[in-house]
Design a protein around this ligand. Sequence first.
Ligand SMILES: NC(=O)c1ccc[n+]([C@@H]2O[C@H](COP(=O)([O-])OP(=O)(O)OC[C@H]3O[C@@H](n4cnc5c(N)ncnc54)[C@H](OP(=O)(O)O)[C@@H]3O)[C@@H](O)[C@H]2O)c1
Length: 243
Amino acid sequence: MNIRNNTIVITGGTSGIGLGLAERFLALGNRVIVCGRREDRLAALRARLPGLVALRYDMADEAQRLDFARRVAEDYPAVNVLVNNAGIQLATDLRKPLDMERIRGELEINLVAPLQLSSLFAPFLSGKPGAAVVNVSSGLAFAPIAAMGVYCASKAAVHSLSLSMRRQFRDLGIEVYEVAPPSVDSELGWQHRPQGGSHGGLSVAAFVDAVMAALEAGTVEVAVEQAAGLREGREALFDRMNP
Ligand SMILES: NC(=O)c1ccc[n+]([C@@H]2O[C@H](COP(=O)([O-])OP(=O)(O)OC[C@H]3O[C@@H](n4cnc5c(N)ncnc54)[C@H](OP(=O)(O)O)[C@@H]3O)[C@@H](O)[C@H]2O)c1
């Protein structure tokens, strides 16, 4: 992937990996548009990074996804790269009756949003130089942590979807990349940590270094650090990860 001279849309750019990628792409001279739900974060980003376009949208809401895609196409017609990054991670106790609204919400942002956004952007990206979709899955797509079974299943689905998308989008001249992060120190899953403690893992900056190098090298499945081991070891690791 050419990591320069693009106009890039990144979902979930108000913190963590999305913000790290946005800052790095901006520093390389790309035009970058991010979205997120927290207006205070978006306003702070607009003030700190004047080159960044930061839009308030909830990607778990279909009407907002449709409006976002329409607005980007109208206002930023040069967009040639979509990064499906926004996601949440919830703990789920599968032994009790489930709160289905909560389950649907997690699946909506982690799986349905990348699915629908990619389809909405495909005709718009098609034919442009450097056209690409980047899906952020997870090392947990390959060997789940049982306590977060729905999250892991959503990421396994994103991995599968990326394979199909890569094959179909080939006809449209759109490259499809999958980034499978290991544990990266972001705000992800703060709900199930006491007092919102650190997620731990690789720093966002170190992770972004690895991703940019792999994307530039044309690696279509970017599995960083432990995530690479998970991809290779798959289910063999399940018992070790779930003692
Ligand atoms: N950190 C890790 O260890 C790790 C490992 C594997 C995979 N990942 C994946 O990496 C991606 C980024 O996560 P992160 O670690 O950077 O976590 P994060 O710091 O919590 O960032 C998540 C981003 O997604 C946005 N977001 C969440 N729900 C949204 C919605 N409904 N609409 C629009 N934006 C939404 C958040 O913005 P708002 O809250 O402002 O909406 C935020 O900008 C996720 O897909 C995650 O599953 C992370």
